[in-house]
Design a protein around this ligand. Structure first.
Ligand code: NDP
Length: 610
């Protein structure tokens, strides 16, 4: 790394060799990049479809199908759907129908009930609509059951249960231009119409399995972490997995999910084998109960202010105060904008792009050295510690925060089976083969994450037929095409919430909140102006697509140098359906401003009302 003397004077102590680290990172990446990329995973359909069965509902649910008309259909009852429903109710919409394949509201928090499940973003920012519901989370970082309960409370508060269809999946959705309605069919024989539809089906909604030989040969018990089988393990989300006391358990994967459930498996299983391909970065958690005095001191509007402050800091922006003061804000303050601003102030001029990148790279090495030193400080066996050290830049993978995960490897019943980047080789009738050795297990848990990077309609599970019979898969064949990430030409009155050409925020609910606000504005304006249909014009859509593409800076050099994972489409270049593909590159703060300014003009530019 060639640092100018000026930059060296503000770069702080460099007690490591940046070039050696970079070389190490690239060699660890190269070990893992595979030809088959996202093709290495198996889709959970056909003989694997039981992996997505709902273990949390009583079998045998039936109901009469519905054939009515609603004002607004919302597909998905997770945070996106809840937020959308809430805003629409506040705006006076009466006939709102949420359709949800799960047995209740909650989305990711409905499905992910694995032991130790919790949110690693501060609850006071993350849990939606706290002030509206008059609710204060119990801890700085909420555990999953509380988030699920809060989701149901939102649904009750905004009367979203009234017309909801739970345990129901969409099978077809087509626009009827004559009636100016969406015609929606479901797995329960419903066929109803809706003036508007909001797609709130989530970015990580389909579990994936590793496509390894012998996956069907294993005769023991298996499940995916997002469908935890408590009937087999005993216990609940808080732990107590007593039925594992005589079991040899294997878990494949060491991502954010595994990091949270492994401490419980280590505590209760007779033996635990953790099969690791790439270690996660594990920083300090430091959870604690909510301070009642602090909660009592809050004044109206506090949640929005806190969310904005958090979002500013974790988007590389500058704020006088850090209200959240946690691992996220700490990483961003040291690795992104704030550190650069400080250096620039000391030098007395703006830094060039290259200088900024160099400073950020140095800060990243420092941060990751700290993460690696933490492993050494906690894990007693130096060989095991060495295998648990992540060799990549902080945001190549989702950073994790946990105070019991690394400690689990000090237990005598826990074995880390590191595969040196290769992954497990195959399954046999009795267990897992890794590094050429068979590990016999009674139960195998897949903590292998969720489908990302395949087409939107494949992940939704059905295609959407728009005006003139055009399908969404055709319209988006060469990449997403939207206006503001929310509407698309040829698909009138249909809104896409989530990760479709909008901006990603660390606290995802904040982005969903902005999107729900914007959609509510659109449909309210349409109503006011006497229109029944709204749709982006072809030109409006094209102009936004061009803007997004010209801003695209993610997925380029930074992610190409990263170890593979779902953030970079497993190392494949140019995947237009990838997680960060086509995101609004100027960041969430600017994106929210753009929406706000657009609403402010009152011109509804790029939209056509009929
Ligand atoms: P991930 O995709 O992050 O992790 C999947 C894991 O499976 C990785 O460790 C991967 O290794 C491993 N893997 C895949 N194939 C193989 C194989 N053949 N052999 C061995 N290992 C394999 O999924 P998660 O469910 O952990 O997390 C998904 C996301 O959910 C997170 O990134 C986060 O956004 C969210 N989440 C959020 C939480 C929160 O607190 N808000 C908590 C938990 C999850 P490799 O890294 O080498 O690919």
């Amino acid at each position: 790394m060639d640092l100018s003397p000026e930059l060296l004077s503000v770069a702080g102590t460099i007690d490591f060799d940046p070039d050696a680290l970079k070389t190490k990172y690239l060699s660890e990446r190269d070990k893992r990049v595979r030809e088959d990329g996202i093709g290495q995973y198996i889709e959970v359909t056909a003989e694997f479809s039981h992996y997505v069965d709902d273990p949390y509902v009583a079998p045998g649910f039936t109901r009469a199908p519905v054939f009515d008309d609603v004002e607004f259909a919302i597909i998905g009852g997770g945070f996106g759907g809840l937020m959308m429903g809430a805003r629409l109710r506040e705006a006076g919409f009466r006939k709102i129908r949420v359709v949800e394949s799960a047995g209740d509201f909650g989305g990711t928090w409905y499905w992910n009930r694995y032991p130790g499940a919790m949110c690693d973003v501060e609850s006071y920012c993350y849990l939606p609509l706290l002030e509206e519901l008059g609710y204060m989370p119990k801890h700085k970082y909420s555990f999953a059951p509380e988030i699920l309960e809060h989701s149901k409370a939102i649904a009750r508060h905004y009367k979203l249960y009234d017309d909801a269809l739970l345990q129901t999946s969409i099978t077809a959705m087509a626009w009827d231009e004559g009636r100016k309605r969406w015609v929606i069919s479901t797995s329960r024989g419903d066929r109803f119409t809706a003036q508007y539809v909001a797609m709130a089906n989530g970015p990580l909604n389909r579990p994936k399995l590793p496509g390894i030989p012998g996956i069907n040969d294993f005769k023991g018990h298996t499940f995916h972490t997002s469908r935890w089988d408590y009937a087999y393990t005993g216990g609940d989300s808080s732990g107590g997995l007593a039925k594992l006391g005589d079991k040899r358990v294997g878990i494949i994967g060491t991502g954010a999910t595994a990091v949270q459930c492994i401490p419980h498996l280590g505590e209760w299983a007779k033996e635990l084998f953790v099969f690791q391909r790439t270690p996660s970065s594990i920083d300090v958690r430091n959870n604690g109960p909510t301070d009642p005095a602090w909660a009592a001191s809050l004044t109206p509007g506090w949640q929005k202010r806190r969310m904005d402050n958090f979002n500013t800091l974790v988007s590389g922006g500058d704020a006088e105060e850090d209200l959240v003061k946690d691992g996220w804000t700490d990483i961003f303050r040291s690795v992104t904008g704030t550190a650069v601003k400080e250096a620039s102030r000391k030098i007395g001029r703006r830094l060039t792009g290259a200088e900024r990148a160099q400073l950020m790279e140095l800060a990243d090495y420092r941060k990751m050295n700290q993460i690696r030193a933490r492993v050494d400080a906690i894990v007693k066996d130096p060989d095991v510690a060495a295998k648990l050290k992540p060799w990549y830049r902080q945001f190549c993978k989702r950073p994790c925060f946990h105070d019991e995960y690394l400690q689990t490897y000090n237990r005598p019943n826990v074995t880390l089976v590191d595969t040196n980047g290769r992954g497990v080789e195959r399954l046999t009738e009795d267990g897992v083969v890794a590094n050429g050795q068979e590990y016999k297990v009674d139960c195998l848990i897949f903590a292998t994450g969720f489908e990302v990077g395949t087409s939107y309609t494949r992940r939704a599970g059905y295609d959407i037929v728009g005006r003139g019979g055009q399908t969404l898969s055709e319209h988006w064949r060469d990449g997403l095409r939207t206006l503001h990430g929310l509407t698309t030409h040829g698909f009138p009155n249909c809104f896409f919430l989530g990760f479709t050409q909008g901006a990603i925020t660390i606290s995802v609910p904040q982005a969903l909140r902005e999107q729900a606000t914007h959609v509510t504005h659109l449909v309210t304006e349409a109503k006011k102006r006497g229109a029944e249909v709204l749709e982006p014009t072809a030109a409006g859509e094209e102009s936004y697509v061009q803007e997004v593409r010209s801003l695209a800076r993610l997925g380029t050099r930074f992610y190409s140098e990263c170890t593979p994972g779902y953030y970079n489409s497993e190392g494949a270049k140019g995947n237009r359906s990838g997680f960060f593909s086509d995101m609004y590159g100027a960041g969430p703060l600017r994106f929210f401003e753009v929406l706000d300014e657009w609403r402010g003009t009152g011109k509804l530019e790029g939209l056509e009302l009929r």
